[in-house]
Design a protein around this ligand. Sequence first.
Ligand code: SAH
Length: 631
Amino acid sequence: MSLFDTFQPIAAIATTPQGTQLLHPLCQSLGATLYVSDTLPLTETTVCHYQGSLKTHLATIWPNHRALIFCLATGAVIRLIAPLLQDKATDPAIIVIDAKGQSVISLCSGHQGGADRLAQLIAHHLHATPIITGASHHLNLPGIDILGLPFGWRKGPGDWTGVSHAIASQKRVQVIQEAGSKLWQENLPQNHPFYFGFGQMGENTPEGRIWISATQRRFAEGSPLPKVQWYPRVLWVGIGCIRGTSQGLIASAIKEVCQRYHLATEAIAGMATIDLKADEVGIIEYCQEKEYPLLTYSADVLNAIKVPNPSDVVKEEVGTSSVAEAAAIYGANYWFDYEGNRENREIDQSLLVTKQIIKSEGEAVTIAIAKSELEYTGKTGKIYLVGIGPGSLEQITSAAKMAINQADALVGYSLYLDLINPLQRSGQIVESLPITQERKRAQRAIELAQWGLSVAVISSGDCGIYGMAGLVLEELKNTDWDGKKPNIEVFPGITALQAAASRVGTPLMHDFCAISLSDLLTPWEVIKKRLNAAAMGDFVTALYNPRSQTRQSQIVEAQSIFLNYRNPNTPVALVRCAYRQDETIILTNLQEMLTHTIDMLTTVLIGNSSTFYHQNWMVTPRGYNQVEHQL
Ligand code: SAH
């Protein structure tokens, strides 16, 4: 399942038959390798034996796994991993599950190793309880050492433990954010401990400070105030060079220029140059090593930018009077390329660092740096199209729960977001838009995913049945989507007609259809044609969106169409808010149905010619003949 991609490679270890039984199916879903003691028989081909002691085996697999899952006593796991633990930034996530599969413990590397997230995912998968003991989880705050990960920020120096401790003790912590997305600030719980900016803090002096900027800060050793730094990747380095300039000179030139201007190299997003340099070996090698994107522009495009230091010599040679400065400016405005409307937007033409020339033994590099408004995440975004079922949490599939838990951002209508509130993870970005703004919601989800976030788009019921899934794919069709970026995954849910049917019996036992009475997106003539066809075809029919405050007549017309073909006594169920707190169920018939409340929270189920009521259950027989069917 791709939800586990970010934790791969994962290994699991069992030492008992019960442990193997529990972990084997889990490992298959996760795509993890399961190792069992060689004293146990190998029952499945997908399980591997480890030879000799678990201690030795663990030392072998430790360096090349990002997560290790144990079905073993926590004490034993602690003793086993103790000699191997080095640094929470690099150690694998350690998860312990009890043999009954009731508790999933995030034991080690909860934040940076991702164990907290993995424990929650596995817990959803096993219907178990996640055990997470970190303070930020308990305070519903994003972990400060993983705060910038969704946005691709790089972690800088600082006293991370000191600042985390101040936050855990609910002390005031000052945040100075000069670059990067502020979405995380908008999604904090009410009683968060952060104080933003430089202004007066009143009585409260800060007990920790977080810098979020592209500037290289030096923290004095031994300062009583713990400080940390995150670097959003906002710096675009425009570069030009003499053909054949070495990677070494390029690297040292960039380092030197950054130092001169107190900029952090960690905040570099990528490189930009003229298309003639797309094959310049030194630049390509440097970008590969640093994992920087290399954006290239034609001479004409570059020449259109007014730069501080144009050069006639360069113009003569390559057809534009600026390579480094103009390319840096374009790089910093790279986001416009995604939106496909660069022509319509005024691009920010400012430079942080104007052209610098660095020469050495016949080689030369020119460098300019511009800062982008939006950081480069360096990630391929994902969109999970999630159906959450009719309302109650038990009716959501565990795959959908995992997608909701894993996503960096949730986008949906506020009523549905409220319904899944207990599934949210601290630090998630949650964006709701009014019910009528579906297309905007789809566009926003795509925008966040193109930027690099994983976004769960939440629909009630099934996302692909009058839900958001179709809108997102339609919108993607209008962009130059390659089918991969962002990556799409669909998580089905129980749709209203199934939920409603389950509350009244088995009305859908024979051929059925769904018709939405909303003529906002479909002409009423088309809907009427379908109503007639369904009625004539003797389909059991579920009516979605039957009546709203502004659409009153459609349900009346639908009833009269059905009365043309069906007996007035035909059973009709009106199920309102199925599986929600205010659920109401009315069993009526075609003749009487309009005497009851029908609104936008109702699904109307109209039986076929053989549907009947028995002991208050609505039943559609499986066949029309009284022949016994093999079910
Ligand atoms: N994607 C949703 C449908 C959205 S259209 C799904 O698959 O269920 C909205 C309509 O669905 C509502 O007007 C109502 O007719 C129906 N509906 C959604 N949730 C419902 C519920 N809990 N009980 C009854 N009807 C519901």
